[in-house]
Design a protein around this ligand. Structure first.
Ligand code: GDP
Length: 525
């Protein structure tokens, strides 16, 4: 039973540079899969574009993201879990963690802009994990870059072979459709977004005289280009794709609902079902009968009066049943799961059963932390949830000393959520905040004020980089900490960190302390 359910699951994240068309494509994917009522949530996200400041936009995204950041749909025989990733680059940390919960990624590229900065960063994370990537080149209804150029750019910047599965005829006003290279037919483009594809017009065969009749020179052009790419691009190789060395490429126009079906078919046909996951103790296979799962994201509820949080858990093995007792491996505490929610459509449905690859949301008041492993009792700790060394630091003070308890509570909770990293210096008592993106500070100050009634003053700190420090010999680590006491702080889980004001300071420390290891990334362990 579990094995069958695993085989029909596909769990993937959708990634892109802002404005490439991620939201639009998501809406259309859901439309095709029959979850049409989701369109409302997409509109809600659109509204966030009119926010007056960046952090307001982020607040709004946060507000709707519990509902729309995980979507589940059925397509054919498959159950597809689609995970959204935050668009703003200052929240890339969150995105990295979301990427640890998926088995594949769908990358949306704006055909006018090619591969953009944010896409590249996300790609690095996918590559580090060998996540297979399917590429959708969007906005072919506009005057965009030459498709051959785009393919070349994808290959150069992403350092993987791009294998076109469809090829566009024309672009902008002259966009006529896409030719499906595997099925050897052309789907003719008709603008408009409300249609579903049963009205689609298909022309069979690349040498079909109908093509020349209808499209004149463009048909000859298409034949030439296809000949060229068939000669130049490698055969699709499933293994290379699964290892992240090849990406199948599709062209289309999300807003016109065009080219979407091919993407969905690829997701179902090419993307892998949930695979095994590494834990400190052993590898866990998805079809094992006992439940295991890992918390990869924590989202505070928008209602400050309740202050409850939802922990997003990716199921790694077994079968989840509502009401079952789950054990947190970190502290052997049990939690009950009566209130667990799923993310079908935009409503947060109560959920009864779920399988590997599915995401469940567990409401809690801080019992669950990022990286926590849940089991039916086994002591197990999944690895691979990354924390990145902050690059910007601020000190935090409060106007009203009477609120310092509130401040501590707020920072502890925001820290656990992963919104910010909180460090406690080895010397002194003033807390230090670390972030990867500057906007995280604005959000934290705002949330401290509105959710914890604390007026916090944040000011730039003198540090510019941090490295987690470890050593094989505990005495050596202690010696380092004692010698560098003024530059050492402890993070939320008490892991010691070396702080430096300049890159050179780090180099000197590395030079002088051969037995200390300096880490840019920490995995929950
Ligand atoms: P996101 O920031 O990646 O989620 O991008 P959105 O889905 O919000 O799209 C950004 C803008 O591009 C919006 O104005 C969309 O209407 C527009 N857009 C999306 N897909 C297409 C497309 O296929 N063609 C054209 N011309 N515009 C598109």
């Amino acid at each position: 039973m579990v094995g069958q359910e695993v085989a029909r699951r596909r769990t993937f994240a959708i990634i892109s540079h802002p404005d490439a068309g991620k939201t639009t494509l998501t809406e259309k994917l859901l439309l095709f899969a029959g979850a049409i009522h989701i369109a409302g949530s997409v509109k809600a996200r659109k509204a966030s574009r009119h926010a007056t400041s960046d952090w307001m936009e982020i607040e709004k995204q946060r507000g709707i993201s519990v509902a729309s950041s995980v979507m589940q749909m059925e397509y054919g025989d498959c159950v597809i879990n689609l995970l959204d990733t935050p668009g703003h680059q200052d929240f890339s940390e969150d995105t990295y963690r979301v990427l640890t919960a998926v088995d594949a990624a769908l990358m949306v590229i704006d055909a006018g802009n090619g591969v953009e900065a944010q896409t590249l960063r996300l790609l690095e994370v996918c590559r580090a994990r060998n996540t297979p990537i399917i590429t959708f080149v969007n906005k072919m209804d506009r005057e965009v870059r030459e498709p051959l150029d785009l393919i070349d750019e994808i290959e150069r910047t992403l350092r993987m072979a791009a294998v076109p599965f469809t090829w566009p005829m024309g672009m902008g006003r002259g966009f006529q459709g896409v030719f499906d290279l595997r099925h050897n037919h052309m789907r003719v483009f008709h603008p408009g977004s409300d249609r579903l594809d049963d009205e689609d017009e298909i022309i069979q065969g690349l040498d079909n005289p109908l093509l020349a009749e209808r499209f004149g020179d463009q048909a000859a052009n298409l034949q030439q280009e296809i000949e060229l790419i068939r000669g130049a691009s490698p055969e699709f190789d499933q293994e290379a794709f699964l290892a992240g060395r090849q990406t199948p490429v599709f062209f289309g126009s999300a807003i016109n609902n065009f080219g979407i079906r091919e993407v969905l078919d690829a997701l179902v046909g090419l993307a892998p079902p949930p695979g095994s996951r590494s834990a400190l103790q052993r590898h866990v296979q998805p079809h094992e009968l006992r439940f295991t799962g890992v918390v990869f994201k924590i989202q505070a509820n928008m209602n400050p009066a309740h202050r409850d949080r939802i922990a997003f858990v990716r199921i790694c093995s077994g079968r989840f049943e509502r009401g079952m007792n789950l054990r947190i491996a970190r502290n052997d505490k049990d939690i009950r799961t009566n209130g667990v929610v799923s993310f079908l459509s935009q409503r947060r449905d109560l959920l009864d059963v779920a399988y590997p690859g599915d995401i469940i949301g567990i409401p809690n008041h801080g019992t669950l932390q990022l990286g926590d492993t849940l089991t039916e009792g086994e002591r197990l700790q999944f690895t691979g949830l990354p924390f990145f060394a902050p690059e910007i630091f601020q000190t935090v003070e409060i106007a009203d000393p009477m609120r310092s308890k509130q401040l501590k509570l707020g920072l502890a909770q925001l820290g656990e959520e992963g919104a910010i990293q909180v460090f406690r210096p080895h010397l002194g008592s003033a807390l230090l905040l670390g972030a990867v993106g500057a906007l995280q500070f604005d959000v934290v100050a705002h949330r401290l004020k509105y959710e914890y009634s604390v007026d916090a003053r944040l000011a730039p700190a003198k540090y510019q980089l941090a490295r987690w420090i470890t050593a094989e010999d505990a005495r050596e680590l202690k010696r380092f900490i004692d010698t560098n006491a003024h530059r050492v702080a402890y993070d939320a889980v008490g892991a010691p960190t070396f702080l430096a004001s300049f890159g050179a300071e780090l180099s000197v420390a590395e030079e002088n302390w051969k037995h200390i290891r300096f880490h840019k990334m920490r995995e929950h362990a």
